[in-house]
Design a protein around this ligand. Structure first.
Ligand code: AMP
Length: 462
């Protein structure tokens, strides 16, 4: 595969990428970078973990450098994202990749005071990275002028639509000049996203790095049928016996997240919950504890977990299956990032078999089942076409194949060998526990507005 300099990137960017230790572009980068450099619109089906952020940030920075005007800075690139966490992460990428360039980025997101953001904008910005609501508020107050934007990026567009941002996005589009370059990234391309793409993209290049709506190829997926009432005990067993040191667990509700974190904590496993009802400080603390290894299990709701980016997160657990099958793809995208191996385990109660079927339909494959010793439940099939079954299919199916019946975490210990290993071995292999990429703004996410936080919300790219 080609190196970054072969993609046409300027020396300053190649150097910044080398500083990060990335030798080879990921598939989405290899395809997106030359296309964006050409000035074309782009529609990319790439979920988080594919390296998509660098895929648009690197060529965006180069294009901004190529057309850098004399005089006062004005906003020439706008990146719209669904959550403040993603906002902080994109800003971090801009800062990292733009380390050798004189460009300035400002982040804009809700839930914090406006004034620091207004001041940061007054100091001048080439790039604005924003969530839609606050961006519109500031544009309404004329604190930000979007009339000279040359490049628009919509990141995680499907999630923005899920969160009800479609009207806000349309309002933002109306503030932009007609002539501009548009880049749209989305994990899935549901019909509504395609409609949005049609309305805003001109003759876009299309990139589909993973087959559409499929789960990340490097994630091993496994279903354990477990009665609802035994799920917490089953999870504690998996974590303890599997020696999992860093495990992100999804629940459907905030209440469920709290309850589970408390139970695990009582069982002696350091656990914390993040969700929209927690203060930003509490969420940031929990996330930092998780990244540093102090918190072994982080329990999160779907929205709170958006944008959590931890290199090589080894374990994701679906404690409850999501109601929206696309959320499954997002959830398991938290592991197996950019080529790292990861494991996504789902504890599925008999009541959840419909959700399981919907997920399997979306990803177009059956998930391998395995029985967890001491916790096994029946996952009855309920009619023709139901693909639920007990135990793994012969020879394994889908990603990573199935494991044999009875190969619960306990039994898997010691059979690690090779590059599968168990938690401890994996930690050794990568040199350390997963490294946080964003020590700044990271935290759980939510759209809830929250006052009283005194954070600047700015990011310098230079
Ligand atoms: P993203 O899909 O943008 O959320 O990126 C996923 C992760 O992959 C991030 O933690 C990046 O730091 C990392 N990453 C991005 N590009 C590369 C690359 N070329 N090689 C290895 N890791 C990368």
């Amino acid at each position: 595969m080609s190196a970054f300099q072969d993609l046409g990137l300027m020396a300053e960017l190649v150097r910044a990428v080398a500083d990060e230790g990335y030798a080879t572009p990921t598939p989405v980068q290899a395809r997106a970078i030359p296309t964006v450099l050409e000035g074309r619109d782009l529609m990319a089906a790439a979920q988080t973990g594919t390296g998509k952020t660098a895929g648009f940030t690197l060529p965006m920075l180069q294009r901004l450098m190529a057309t850098r005007p004399e005089g006062r800075r004005h906003v020439r690139a706008l990146v719209v994202v669904p959550t403040r966490e993603l906002c902080a992460q994109v800003a971090e990428s801009v800062r990292t990749y733009g380390a050798h360039l004189p460009l300035r980025a400002v982040t804009i997101f809700g839930g914090v005071g406006m004034q620091p953001q207004v001041k940061a904008l007054q100091r001048g910005a080439d790039i604005v990275i924003a969530t839609p609501g606050r961006l519109l508020d500031l544009a309404g107050q004329r604190a930000v002028d979007l009339s000279r934007v040359e490049i628009l990026v919509l990141d995680e567009a499907d999630r923005m639509l899920d969160m009800g941002f479609i009207h806000d996005i349309k309002r933002v589009l109306a503030l932009l000049p007609k002539r501009r370059q548009n880049l749209l990234f989305s994990a899935t391309f549901a019909p509504e996203i395609r409609a949005l793409a049609r309305s805003m993209l001109q003759d876009p290049a299309q990139i589909d790095v993973a087959p559409r709506n499929s789960a990340a190829e490097t994630v091993r997926q496994l279903v354990y049928p477990v009665e609802a009432s035994r799920k917490s005990a089953a999870l504690a067993h998996l974590v303890r016996e599997g020696n999992w040191y860093q495990c992100l667990v999804f629940t459907r509700t905030k209440h469920g997240a709290n309850r589970l974190a408390q139970k695990l904590d009582k069982a002696g496993l350091e656990a914390e919950a993040i969700h929209g009802n927690k203060s930003q400080n509490a969420r940031t603390r929990a996330l930092e504890g998780f990244k540093s290894g102090r918190v072994r299990v982080l329990v999160a709701t779907d929205i709170a977990a958006r944008g959590i980016d931890i290199d090589g997160l080894p374990h994701v657990v679906n404690f409850d299956l999501p109601h929206v099958p696309e959320d499954y793809v997002h959830r398991i995208g938290r592991t197996g990032r950019a080529g790292a191996e990861g494991e996504a385990v789902s504890l599925v109660s008999p009541e959840e078999r419909k959700q399981l079927r919907a997920i399997e339909k979306l990803i177009a494959r059956d998930l391998p089942r395995s029985q967890l010793d001491g916790f096994a439940a029946d996952l009855p099939a309920d009619g023709p076409g139901d693909r639920a079954h007990q135990g793994p299919r012969p020879g394994g199916r889908g990603l990573g194949g199935g494991r044999g019946r009875g190969q619960g975490a306990g039994q898997r210990r010691g059979q690690g060998g090779g590059d599968r290993g168990q938690g401890g071995q994996r930690r050794g292999r990568s040199g350390a526990a997963a490294q946080p990429r964003d020590a700044g703004h990271a935290g759980g996410g939510s759209r809830r507005r929250r006052g009283g936080r005194n954070r600047s919300g700015t990011a310098q790219a230079s």
